[in-house]
Write a protein that binds this ligand. Structure first.
Ligand code: NAD
Length: 289
């Protein structure tokens, strides 16, 4: 399949390489010359203009920093330039409102489109093991699925346009809350004189079990191996968690949803990131207790 790929950063670089590896004819574009050089090395054809990259393609994939950029790339370089009927896939993490608006505009211009944000970081992007949560019509999903399968291990149709972004931010808000709850409980147990490893052994098989405790234990040397054992390097950066929490708070406000714990988690991650911890794994928030 002839596929344009726009946004060859930490995530997009590996995703485009996997499409090329799967035998697709990948036409890559990024503003960065270094990213383009790397894409050429990974078997992609590169372009210095996004409008040229989408010429004659059957699909366009974007992996960009935010909603404003996604909107301007589709309006300026994809709509009216990619052949009518080409399927459009935005894999970036962006706000729900922009995702819905761009998909509505795409469909009015004759392009089936999905929002398809990912779970999994740079290693999963490189390894082709991402999970895609997809929003869009049945027809758009069916067309997109074939493309997404070359870049991930799981592709889930979440619902209508915007449902992929909704699933992603609600999941990550829950993750932030469980991580903070786990940190509080572990540190309180320790203060009360309970060995944190004993707390892990008990709570991980009791009603307190949750992914942050059981699969990502935030204290070094306790529970399972995790970024805590590597001085909180690697894993999921606090700055990216904060980005997702800000998107979650914006969406909650727009939907008039009550999120007392989500907003507290967002405030705690704001101040943690603001104190110079943006590059550390998000589980390092336990070091503030
Ligand atoms: P990144 O900053 O490494 O890459 C973004 C790329 O987009 C850069 O190469 C940049 O040059 C390019 N770009 C910016 N504006 C452009 C434009 N107008 N036209 C073409 N290219 C443009 O970011 P990333 O880590 O690859 O993240 C991309 C998206 O994936 C974000 O929405 C992020 O939230 C999401 N995400 C990231 C991770 C992660 O672990 N890094 C995990 C899940 C989701």
């Amino acid at each position: 399949m002839k596929i344009a790929f726009i946004g060859l950063g930490n995530m997009g670089g590996g995703m485009a390489a996997n499409l090329a590896r799967a035998g697709h004819d990948v036409r890559a574009f990024d503003l960065s010359a270094d990213a383009l050089a790397q894409a050429r090395g990974n078997g992609c054809e590169t372009f210095t203009d996004a409008g040229e990259a989408v010429d004659g393609v059957e699909a366009v994939v974007t992996m960009l920093p935010n909603g404003g950029i996604v909107k301007s790339v589709y309006q300026g370089s994809v709509f009216g330039k990619a052949p009518a009927g080409a399927v459009l896939l935005d894999c970036s993490t962006i706000d729900v409102a922009t995702a819905k608006a761009v998909i509505a505009e795409a469909e009015a211009a004759g392009y089936p489109m999905v929002d398809a944000p990912v779970s999994g970081g740079i290693a999963a992007a490189n390894g082709g093991t991402l999970t895609f949560m997809v929003g869009g019509s049945d027809e758009a999903f069916e067309r997109a699925e074939a493309v997404l399968k070359s870049m991930g291990k799981a592709v889930i149709h979440a619902g209508a346009a915007g449902a992929g972004q909704t699933a992603k931010i609600c999941n990550n808000m829950l993750l932030a809350i469980t991580m903070i709850g786990t940190a509080e409980a572990m540190k309180m147990a320790e203060k009360l004189g309970l060995d944190p490893q004993k707390f892990y052994e008990i709570s991980s098989v009791s009603s307190g079990f949750n992914w942050s405790l059981n699969n990502y234990t935030p204290l070094p040397g306790v529970g399972v191996a995790s970024p805590a054992d590597n001085d909180y390097q690697g894993g999921f950066a606090t700055a990216l968690m904060l980005k997702d929490l800000r998107l979650a708070m914006e969406a909650a406000q727009g939907a008039d949803a009550a999120v007392p714990l989500g907003s507290r988690a967002a405030a705690l991650y704001e101040s943690f990131a603001g104190a110079g911890n943006g590059g550390r794994d998000f589980s390092a928030i336990i070091t503030t207790y």
